[in-house]
Design a protein around this ligand. Structure first.
Ligand code: DX5
Ligand code: ZN
Length: 227
């Protein structure tokens, strides 16, 4: 299971976005996480496909992982893929046909991801596992960066890892997002997560590369011990 670190652009300095994207690329991070908020599914607005296109233009080699916090992600999949999304994540709570959404993402050769809010039971994800390349557990209520990690999500991560392995999907990527720092990333790794989104924690670092390397090291060690 490969540990991946994904800085979330939501926490960047919007006064110099191109430089911030280059900073992520230079940090050795595995991907850039882009949080799309529609002011309906969550009470906040962020940015749209043009930001994904900017990331592709500025750092074409940096993988673009796009998290759609939208009531109707199905209406926007094509636009985000055309803009350069390489993984697209839709919420299981979205107001659309989740089966069709995941299948449509894969049909375009893009990695399919399914996301759940902290309060959603993990069993709601089980039927979709065969259609997912990655499953994202929100470890805060989606909508804002800089919130405190919710430890009650940890048993859901462990349950999904076990469920997926038992059904022959041992290679499923499990991602966490919200309140991630060295300590909370280590806890999530212990419970079976292998992809770590971090916004405010990584962007506030003077040396993002050192922090990415340290987070990767901590998580690899915990995954080795418990995995
Ligand atoms: C929250 C977003 C997260 C957010 C994480 O709705 O999905 O990706 O940027 O931010 P931090 O790491 O600051 O909690
Ligand atoms: Zn996110």
């Amino acid at each position: 299971m490969k540990v991946q670190i994904l800085p979330s652009l939501l926490a960047a300095d919007y006064g110099c976005l191109a430089d911030e994207i280059r900073r992520v690329a230079a940090s050795g991070a595995d991907a850039l996480h882009l949080d799309i908020m529609d002011a309906h599914f969550v009470p906040n607005l962020s940015f749209g496909p043009d930001m994904v296109a900017l990331a592709r233009r500025v750092s074409p080699g940096l993988f673009r992982d796009v998290h759609l916090m939208m009531t109707r992600p199905d209406l926007y999949l094509e636009r985000f893929i055309d803009a350069g999304a390489q993984a697209l994540q839709i919420h299981v709570e979205a107001d659309c046909d989740v089966w069709q959404g995941l299948a449509a993402i894969r049909r375009r050769g893009v990695r399919s991801g399914l996301v759940s809010r902290p309060q959603t039971p993990v069993t709601a994800l089980y039927p979709y596992v065969p259609l997912c390349d990655e499953v994202l557990f929100m470890t805060v209520n989606p909508g804002y960066g800089g919130q405190a990690f919710m430890g009650e999500v940890l048993p859901k991560i462990a349950a999904l890892r076990q469920h997926a392995a038992a059904r022959g999907f041992g290679g499923l990527d499990i991602m966490v997002d919200g309140g991630i720092n060295f300590e909370t990333a280590a806890l999530c790794a212990e419970h079976g997560a292998n992809q770590f989104v971090a916004g405010s924690f990584l962007f506030k670092q003077q040396d993002m590369g050192a922090a990415v390397a340290q987070m990767r090291g901590v998580c690899e060690q915990r995954l080795r011990v418990t995995g």
